[in-house]
Design a protein around this ligand. Structure first.
Ligand SMILES: Nc1ncnc2c1ncn2[C@@H]1O[C@H](COP(=O)(O)OP(=O)(O)O)[C@@H](O)[C@H]1O
Ligand SMILES: [Mg+2]
Length: 465
């Protein structure tokens, strides 16, 4: 098997300006094909290199800004921004081992890399090892800052492998001991996936793997680029476990109950670590108005929602009519069965990034913890639909058990204000309809079934499918 032949680039010879002609054509073609590319379905019309750092003369760390046309005026909710910044690790070689052929962007035809192959170096074990070496021994490389928890010693030589999960980022597992999440879409400031687990660990919360090392860029905007945390060996995510239970005709209520307890524990620790607010009736009306707006936009884009419009709107008008102040705090922000792992009969919560499509200040804002509960309830529903025959009563029992576990730990029942839970669940289901209609039409019946149920304004205590 031919070995990867390295190119003969002079260290420090590559600048942003000189590299752009080499990379521009390749990136315009390759970026839109990546799962984590946010401008789905839109061409890259503008490219700028924001920073270039040489981890090695043949391994470049790059932040690239991609611009795309504004989405057509479908009235889609949260209309996408015209620019996003992505993090890439690019390898440069004259020839490559066949193992790396899926990683190839192509051969550069212009500029300093002309004639050389460019590839996604996160798929290359040597480059992945370079990253770990940098994290083991903190320091700087160009604008990159590598930092770590000084109390932890990370062993050398841990074998890397790229995780093959369906991810919105890219994760490398090192020797089954650590996992490095490399954020693909980069935003200014500290990423909540570093900030929140640290804060929870300081509260003594054991429900999260605690970051041991991380790297960031000092320019352009001090963004977190990657976080290394212990790898939970032998853990399976909640989605996989729920589907396994369904496939073998088993219940999931004991697990769901414990998951409710784990969620409540995390919420209590978040409330201790970050500011807690009391949101008044005006704030509740603003929340409801946002939901109404998203529903209107979704109906515009997915006409199948139209017959349910008034029923769904009633969920939001009932929310808007609530007078009592509501507690709001830092929450997970994107909680579902894929964001929890179970190892040694303990649930752990991961991925505190929130919804990557929303701006960071919005994701940091205090919100009702009921929003996370609603996310998990929707996830049970999805799991129940993912296996034939559809067993709605399975999901219902999971919902009950999850809320009971939550109430036992938190000291309050997520159903205490049923209008709030119904509104959050409806808002989530509306989002799902829009997402599935655009990206996975086969899945559209799942949120549509929930839409039909939620629009019926069922007895408020429990929402039967
Ligand atoms: N600490 C960990 N131990 C074991 N597996 C993990 C750990 N963190 C993440 N994973 C695995 O990586 C997957 C993606 O991680 P996640 O943080 O959710 O990334 P993304 O932001 O891309 O969704 C998870 O579903 C899980 O399978
Ligand atoms: Mg995730």
């Amino acid at each position: 098997m031919p070995k990867t032949e390295t190119a003969t680039l002079r260290p420090g010879s590559l600048s942003r300006a000189s590299l752009l002609p080499s990379l521009s054509g390749l990136l315009r073609e390759w970026l839109p094909r990546q799962r984590w590319f946010a401008g789905k379905g839109r061409p890259v019309t503008e490219l700028a290199l924001l920073s270039v750092a040489e981890l090695h003369p043949n391994c470049l760390h790059i932040l690239v800004r991609a611009g795309y046309p504004e989405p057509p005026a479908t009235g889609a909710p949260g209309s996408a921004p015209a620019h996003d910044c992505y993090q890439l690790l690019l390898g440069i070689g004259e020839s490559l081992s066949p193992r790396l052929s899926p990683a190839v962007l192509g051969r550069a035809s212009e500029g300093p890399l002309a004639g050389l192959l460019v590839y996604d170096a996160l798929q290359d074990r040597r480059s992945a090892s370079l990253l770990l070496e940098r994290l083991r021994r903190p320091g700087t490389v160009g604008a990159l800052r590598f930092e770590r928890d000084g109390r932890v010693t990370i062993p050398a030589g841990l074998a890397p492998r790229l995780l093959e999960a369906e991810q919105s980022n890219s994760s490398l597992v090192y020797g089954d001991a650590y996992i490095l999440k490399v954020f693909r879409r980069v935003r200014p400031g500290v990423n909540p996936d570093l900030e929140v687990p640290w804060a929870l660990a300081r509260q003594g919360c054991t429900r999260v793997p605690v970051p041991v090392a991380w790297f960031r860029t000092s320019s352009p905007w001090g963004a977190t680029l990657g976080v290394l945390q212990p790898f939970l060996h032998g853990a399976a995510d909640g989605w996989t476990q729920a589907l396994t239970a369904l496939s073998s005709g088993q219940e999931f209520t004991a697990e769901a109950y414990e998951l409710g307890q784990a969620t409540a524990e995390v919420h209590l620790a978040l409330a201790a670590a970050f500011p807690v607010e009391s949101q008044d009736a005006a704030e509740t009306r603003r929340l409801a108005a946002g939901m109404v707006g998203r529903l209107r936009d979704a109906i515009h884009a997915v006409p199948e929602l139209l017959p349910y419009a008034s029923g769904l709107r009633s969920a939001f008008t009932e929310l808007a009519a609530l007078d009592a102040p509501r507690p709001a705090q830092r929450i997970h922000g994107d909680l579902h069965l894929g964001q929890v792992l179970r190892a040694e009969r303990q649930w752990r919560v991961i991925d505190f990034e929130g919804e990557p499509a929303r701006p960071l200040p919005e994701r940091r804002r205090p919100q009702s913890p009921v929003r996370d509960v609603a996310g998990m309830l929707r996830s049970f529903d999805y799991a129940a639909h993912a296996r034939r025959p559809w067993r709605p009563e399975w999901a219902l029992r999971c919902r009950e058990a999850y809320c009971a576990g939550y109430a036992a730990e938190a000291g309050w029942d997520p159903w205490a204000v049923p209008e709030l839970l119904r509104a959050y669940e409806t808002d989530r289901a509306v989002y799902e309809v829009l997402y599935e209609a655009r990206h996975r039409p086969d899945w559209l019946p799942v949120p549509m079934a929930a839409i039909a149920r939620l629009a019926e304004r069922p007895g408020l205590r429990r929402l039967t499918p």
